[in-house]
Design a protein around this ligand. Structure first.
Ligand code: GH3
Ligand code: MG
Ligand code: MG
Ligand code: MG
Length: 309
């Protein structure tokens, strides 16, 4: 129980409680050959609810990092047998980027430029020993929060706010280094007469249909890359899928969507989709999407609510 009168203390403690709850899911690895200083750090981290892992040298540290998911931070000593902190840092940065895994260098001995060497080798921060508890927690919390903020920004940048689906940016980012194989195909899915839905049921009604179509797409094509491409246009990329198989599953989706309704103010909204599908490509994914777009245009011309390959 925290008396509400003291607003500042109240706010601070509330933030602390939220933080402690979130920490329960965050793994921190402590790498140090000295049992004494390893224990000191681990005990402090446990006090703040973190999941802790321990390693006595760089080699063991790398092993744990590759085995255990959910580690967001490594606190490492420099001087250790077998593999030093700096050597481990250079090795782990090949797989774990600075934005995903925070590394904090620690040392009590050694030259004063050790902090600079840690930072230059890819560490996020440096902590001198002996440290006071307050200093330790500030450093850990600050760096964990930086990682979490980047995660939040990345998620927001890659997904569509209304439907929660991946957006166009994410779609192309994911396929950046992919050249379509003979077995890939792509579908463009566009809602029919959607302007009329907005005109009849308002933007709120239109938004509801968009959320529903996104959910149905996600359930039908969970194995594939889906994105909201634009206003009422969606895209599915079928990797290693024969076009007949893609067409059959799109047909199932098309019928399922046309047979259900969205609801707004107890009124049903019926809607259909036109779909263009293609496996033709001229070098790049963009080319395949252009062919799917042509097919989609034909589907509209032929009367909508159908698939054209
Ligand atoms: P067609 O069958 O030829 O595709 O006709 P259409 O009416 O679906 O196509 P058109 O391109 O004329 O209209 C698309 C509409 O989608 C216009 C735009 O206001 C609406 N729209 C785009 N994004 C959103 C959105 O996020 N929410 C809502 N409610 N409407 C949107
Ligand atoms: Mg040491
Ligand atoms: Mg449309
Ligand atoms: Mg459209």
């Amino acid at each position: 129980y925290i008396p509400k009168q003291n607003a500042q203390v109240y706010e601070y403690l509330t933030r602390l409680i939220v933080r402690l709850e979130r920490n329960q899911k965050i793994g921190i690895l402590v790498v140090d050959d000295s049992l004494l200083s390893r224990n000191a750090a681990v005990n402090l981290l446990k006090r703040h609810n973190f999941i802790t892992y321990e390693a006595k040298d760089g080699i063991e540290g790398l092993e744990i990092l590759n085995k255990k998911p959910g580690i967001k931070m490594v606190l490492t000593d420099e001087n250790m047998p077998n593999m030093s902190g700096l050597e481990m840092l250079v090795a782990l940065r090949k797989n774990f980027k600075k934005d995903d895994l925070a590394v904090i260098g620690m040392s009590s001995e050694g030259p004063s430029f050790l902090s600079a060497r840690f930072i230059k080798s890819g560490a996020n921060d440096y902590l001198n020993r002996p440290y006071c508890h307050e200093e330790f927690f500030c450093c850990v919390t600050q760096n964990i929060e930086n990682i979490e903020n980047i995660e939040t920004i990345r998620r927001a940048a890659n997904s569509d706010y209304l439907t929660g689906l991946p957006n166009r940016r994410y779609f192309f980012h994911r396929l950046e280094n992919t050249s379509p194989s003979g077995q890939d195909c792509v579908a463009l899915i566009d809602l029919d007469f959607f302007k009329k839905v907005n005109d009849t049921f308002g933007h709120e009604g239109g938004d509801q249909v968009l959320k529903d179509v996104a959910r149905l797409l996600a359930s039908h094509f969970s194995q594939h890359l889906i994105a909201r491409f634009g206003g009422e246009e969606f895209c599915v990329y079928f990797q290693n899928t024969p076009i007949e198989q893609a067409k059959a599953s799109l047909e199932e989706f098309r019928i399922a969507f046309s047979e259900r309704a969205s609801w707004i103010n107890q009124q049903p909204i019926k809607c259909t989709t036109s779909i263009g599908l293609s496996n033709k490509f001229e070098g790049e994914i963009d080319g395949m999407i252009s062919f799917a777009d042509l097919a989609l245009y034909q589907a509209k011309q032929l009367g909508r609510n159908q698939i054209v390959v």
